[in-house]
Ligand binder design. Sequence first.
Ligand code: FAD
Length: 336
Amino acid sequence: QDKVAVVGAGVIGLSTAVCIAESIPSCAVTVLAEHFTPDTTSDVAAGILLPHPFPETPLHKQRCWFKDTFDHLLSICNSTDAAEAGVFLLSGWQVFQETPSTKDPYWSTVVLGFHMMTDAELQRFPKYKFGQSFTTIKCECSKYLLWLEKRLKNAGGQLHTEKITGFEQLTSSYDIIVNCSGLGSRDLADDQSLYPVRGQILRVHAPWLKHFIRDGNGHTYIFPGIHSVTLGGTRQKHNWEMSVDEADSSGIFERCCELEPSLKKSQVCSKLVGLRPTRNSLRLEREFFVHGNRQVPIIHNYGHGGGGISIHWGTALEATQLVKESINWRNPTSKL
Ligand code: FAD
């Protein structure tokens, strides 16, 4: 049996652990993390499937990660597990004050029913010139992460709370390490190209809202969910502040009320902050960690920025392929 340690229990760590445990039964998978749900960045995310741009990654690759994730979650939506997993279809509009240079983006053929907004649809948004209407998926991590934990345990995986201060801590007990520690990789993998983009959101009670609205500039959004509506947001680069900023809260509320005036009658239930683990391209590759006379493969899968929920299954599949290659490297007679 190959012992695999997955560091991190956000959406990236848990989905990668599930993917490995279910597709390589010879692996014993243990997830080690300092924090589990509800205390990860993934728990703060609105969880809408809409890609975040990675300037240094080819578009065909970004499209493939997004499509693999969309199709995977769509099959959960269509199953009896949908409610427990917190995954459901959501329709709405992305509106732009200026017509964007690319009117139909690369993901337009992945989401459902994509079309340019008609004049009648745009009438609702007098300050906006152009819009896209489509149905996507919302994946609520407060439920989805618990569901992934259950799936992992059913596949024989284990969960341990532990802060890892260096990979050498793991090399004597594990054959392969998978690093999904998000922003934690700044220290753990000594990656100074990784930085936080601070996001603050409000969750409000507004059960009459059934459609999402997103300003194409990415700063203002309204995403209805199972128990509340998420209002956002902020995108503050290199800002590590985890406490709620009241000026940010009132700015978010005002901007969202401009887009959707009925929100003025909503009640704020909670205010949350998360730090998006950001790089120019996410890191998905294998390296070898040498400790004493042991050489242990490490598969890195981190740096998903503002779009980790949108591509998590695609990157988990690719990381799992690298685990298979590492098993073949350790044991050339195995044919995974
Ligand atoms: P995390 O969820 O941060 O998990 C990291 C894990 O690693 C944690 O378990 C942590 O404890 C562990 N860890 C770190 N260091 C160590 C260590 N040294 N030892 C042990 N464990 C360690 N994305 C979308 O696709 N759609 C959205 O609508 C969306 N909305 C967002 C809104 C906001 C306000 C924010 C902040 C983000 C949003 N995102 C969204 C982005 C998304 O949340 C992230 O891309 C995603 O959560 C990253 O997941 P992760 O598993 O890499 O990181």
